[in-house]
Design a protein around this ligand. Structure first.
Ligand SMILES: C[S@@+](CC[C@H](N)C(=O)[O-])C[C@H]1O[C@@H](n2cnc3c(N)ncnc32)[C@H](O)[C@@H]1O
Length: 234
């Protein structure tokens, strides 16, 4: 599938997005995409509880929200929840959610200091490396002081992740980033307070349901299928 030179890359994938993610390894790992979002949501809930951030009093922005799966899961728990994305076609699946399109890849359509939590899930590997600090600076701008930024990404150290990414059409132009690169991006944008990295997606869904606690033992081992990097604004 070639990139559309006239619009956001993901507009061309939106209609068949779920099918384009189909992969036999992914299908053996989990019964559907819901499990992957459930795991991300759990990480966010645990982190917020740990730092004493009450979502009922907080405003959340999910940058590059795509079809809004994470946003749909988390929004009912927040005082306010918003998503934004370059692809209006992807956001057609976001009915009932508070989502805003934006046209400039380096500029977020929100005022300074609007959010307590900003998540960016599987977006940075679709950005050209020089564009990454620009988006991170924007995230810093729209976060409140002591607000939390969370980057969730595929872990390039995990061989199954590498294999799935290599054969997934929507990842044709993907450039995976290591957790250290995500941490450096946050630190470089003044979001480097209390940096924390958690590796997850070690256990397939069936095993996770029985022995999920094992994943917390492995959270610092850089081998999980994905990782989350959390940082706070100074
Ligand atoms: C792989 S999808 C991930 C969507 C969603 N976060 C998820 O986890 O399902 C990547 C999304 O990032 C969006 N995107 C890419 N660059 C962006 C940017 N600079 N600002 C906002 N969204 C962007 C794409 O349009 C696409 O919807």
């Amino acid at each position: 599938m070639s990139a559309n030179p006239n619009g956001p890359e993901f507009d061309q994938y939106a209609k068949q997005y779920a099918e384009l993610l189909n992969d036999p390894i992914r299908a053996r790992f989990a019964s559907g995409s819901a499990f992957f979002f459930e795991r991300k949501w759990e990480l966010l809930v645990n982190y917020m509880a740990e730092i004493g951030l009450d979502p009922k009093k907080a405003a959340w922005l999910d940058v590059g929200c795509g079809a809004g799966e994470l946003l749909r899961l988390g929004a009912p728990h927040f005082a306010k929840a918003f998503g934004c994305d370059l692809s209006t076609e992807m956001m057609k699946a976001c009915e009932g959610l508070n989502v805003t399109p934006h046209t400039d890849r380096g500029e977020l359509p929100f005022s300074d200091g609007s959010f307590d939590l900003i998540t960016v899930v599987c977006v940075y590997h679709h950005l050209e490396p020089p564009d990454r600090p620009l988006l991170t600076a924007e995230i810093a701008r729209v976060l409140r002081p002591r607000g939390v930024a969370c980057i969730i990404e595929h872990n390039p150290f995990n061989p199954l992740t590498q294999l799935i990414v290599r054969r997934t059409p929507v990842d044709e132009n993907a450039k995976l980033l290591m957790a250290g690169t995500a941490r450096a991006l946050l630190a470089g944008a003044d979001l480097g307070a209390n940096l924390r990295t958690t590796y997850f997606l070690y256990l397939p869904e069936k095993l996770y349901r029985k022995a999920g606690y094992l994943e917390s033992w492995l959270a610092n081992v850089p081998a999980g299928g994905q990782y989350a990097v959390f940082g706070r604004k100074q």
